[in-house]
Design a protein around this ligand. Structure first.
Ligand code: PLP
Length: 412
């Protein structure tokens, strides 16, 4: 089956009614017949649910759908994308360990990696996710290589074949945040990634109505349990070792579970992921091509543009050669950027991506408020830059609206 067909094949393992979508088990606890029965459920000796922080049928339906779609052995849903990134990394790491990461990251993740420093976990940043830049940073403490597939908002593209080959040579797991690409454009596990994370608040949800994140385990990484001692004790779980430790230990104890209602909303959104991404990517390319013709602008960045240095990777690596639905433009100064944003009539000025509505933001004054000038420029964030998360509106309307907003900047 192909992608759009597969999106509609999600089963409801706990349903007997034939409902096409999972029921919302909006409950904290699950009662059992006897103390003995609850003891068995707690010990994992009987199937069943005890408490929604640990497992819930609606959440499980969402997790199974994503695991199947991404080609992983299991998936663990979280309360937000940030919770998913935190848990995905911390499940591997201990004090003294090091991460090698792209510097082109979402602002929240940059802040998180700075938080990790206080727990003795250091990140070595590389400007470009190439083997040549990563290799010299690898040492005995390196336990994770991390990047966003399309950096948000630098919009660089990771060459998974090259980076995963290097990671494998050094027996280091490769964790990919695929939020901005989605399973509709690429399945990172099939291209050599070991763990995939998403902020499912974005394209998976699709309508901007629920925060959540998800971690997918490819189940193929050969953990050396002496070196990755955080996972020691889960050796007997074989290919499920990473997820078993997450579920049985770190994720359960930190408590970042997703609300059942939000898991349901994601199951609903997921069904149209393929359809939405097709439209969103087509709109983004058309808008980027239009913006590129505007001499009032100081630059337009979109990986699917023929002029993009990443167009080659988009063509060779992405399923249908699509470059995602985010583009950035540079207006020449912060003042001009603000003027342009304020002159737009259709897009909402909001800090989100992956909505069906077009959203615009000035990242430097918002998402990167806490970042140093160096961190900002390494992340591809400039004072005159606007990020556009393109929506499903009629493209003619978007082009007219950006056209009139650019026109209004002239001569001022
Ligand atoms: C939004 C985003 C996150 C954080 O997700 P939340 O759901 O907002 O917590 C992480 N990574 C990327 C690439 C994002 O765009």
């Amino acid at each position: 089956m192909r992608f759009n067909t597969r999106l509609l094949q999600g089963t409801n393992p706990f349903d007997t009614t034939g409902a096409t979508l999972p029921a919302v088990y909006q409950t904290s606890a699950f009662a059992h017949e006897s103390a003995e029965q609850l003891e068995k459920v707690f010990a994992g000796k009987a199937p069943g649910f005890a408490y929604t922080r640990i497992s819930n049928p609606t959440v499980m339906a969402f997790e199974k759908r994503i695991a199947t779609l991404e080609g992983g052995v299991d998936a663990v849903a979280c309360a937000s994308g940030m919770a998913a990134v935190s848990m995905a990394l911390l499940n591997i790491l201990e004090s003294g360990d090091e991460i090698i990461s792209s510097s082109a990251l979402f602002g929240g993740t940059l802040d998180l990696l700075a938080d990790f420093e206080r727990f003795g976990i250091k990140t070595r940043f590389v400007k470009n996710m190439t083997a040549a830049e990563i290799a010299p940073q690898i040492n005995g403490c390196t336990k994770v290589i991390f990047a966003e597939l399309f950096g948000n908002p630098r919009l660089d593209v990771v060459d998974l074949a090259e980076v995963s080959t290097l990671a494998k040579q050094h027996k280091i797991p490769l964790v990919i945040d695929s939020t901005t690409a989605t399973a509709a454009l690429i399945l990172p596990l099939a291209h050599g990634a070991d763990i995939v994370v998403h902020s499912s608040s974005k394209y998976i949800n699709g309508s901007g109505d629920a925060l959540s994140g998800i971690i997918v385990d490819g189940g193929k990484f050969a953990w050396d349990f002496e070196r990755f001692s955080a996972l020691a004790g889960y050796q007997k779980m074989g290919k499920f070792a990473y997820t078993a430790r997450l579920r049985g230990d770190l994720w359960r104890n930190f408590g970042p579970c997703i609300a059942p209602q939000n898991a349901y909303l994601n199951c609903l959104g997921l069904e149209t992921l393929g359809l939405r991404m097709e439209r969103l990517c087509a709109n983004a390319l058309a808008l980027a091509e239009f913006l590129e013709t505007q001499s009032e602008l100081a630059g337009v960045s979109y990986p699917g543009l023929a002029s993009s240095p990443y167009k080659g990777f988009v063509d060779s690596q992405m399923e249908k050669g699509q470059g995602g639905a985010i583009l950035t433009l540079r207006a020449g100064s912060k003042e001009r950027a603000f003027r342009l944003v304020n002159a737009l009539k259709i897009p909402k000025i909001a800090t989100n991506i992956g909505d069906v509505r077009t959203l615009v933001i000035h990242p430097a004054s918002t998402i990167y408020l806490h970042s140093s000038e160096e961190k900002k420029s390494d992340a591809g964030v400039y004072d005159d830059m606007i990020r556009v998360s393109v929506g499903i509106e009629d493209i003619e309307d978007l082009i007219e609206d950006f056209g009139q907003a650019i026109e209004s900047m002239k001569g001022e």
